[in-house]
Write a protein that binds this ligand. Structure first.
Ligand code: IDP
Ligand code: MG
Length: 139
């Protein structure tokens, strides 16, 4: 079933000049970009995006990281896009991410891990709407 997921190429990956490599990986597995933009999140925008994690000890540091420079946010569309993107990303901790995954290739540590991907249809809906109005998403 075709679905949509929200992906972020995080500030660490933008600084490493691997935007192109990551988008190529999405396209190679059939995750089609249907919306995309570069933006630099304010701290409060990052806090709103990660509100589900606000009780976690790493919340402040995570929001500082996500607002530390430009990121690329995308909507990816394809069959089982949410699960497919999670598999392509690899484990949260790059040291535990399988060979061939984005985090294995480009992650630095459990915080600076190169990419974000929605983890369920409910979070995908919230996250896509957080960054993109419907008129900026294409088929
Ligand atoms: P996910 O990105 O694989 O879904 P989450 O548990 O949702 O992982 O955590 C969101 C983000 O918070 C991670 O991608 C990573 O940047 C950061 N993070 C997760 N766990 C830790 C931690 O233990 N220490 C520092 N940062 C963390
Ligand atoms: Mg998550």
């Amino acid at each position: 079933m075709s679905e949509r997921t929200l992906a972020i190429i995080k500030p660490d990956a933008v600084k490493k000049h691997v935007i192109g490599d990551i988008i190529h990986r999405y396209e190679q597995v059939g995750l089609k970009p249907v919306a995309m933009k570069m933006l630099s999140m304010s701290k409060s925008v990052a806090e709103g995006f990660y509100a589900v994690h606000k009780a976690r000890p790493f919340f402040g540091s995570l929001c500082d990281f996500m607002s530390s420079g430009p990121a690329v946010v995308l909507v990816l569309q394809g069959d089982n896009a949410i699960k497919k993107n999670r598999e392509l990303m690899g484990a949260t901790d790059p040291a535990k991410a399988d060979a061939g995954t984005i985090r294995n290739a480009h992650g630095t540590n459990i915080e600076f891990n190169a990419v974000h991907g929605s983890d369920s249809p409910e979070t995908a809906q919230f996250e896509i709407g957080y960054f993109f109005p419907g008129m900026e998403i294409f088929n």
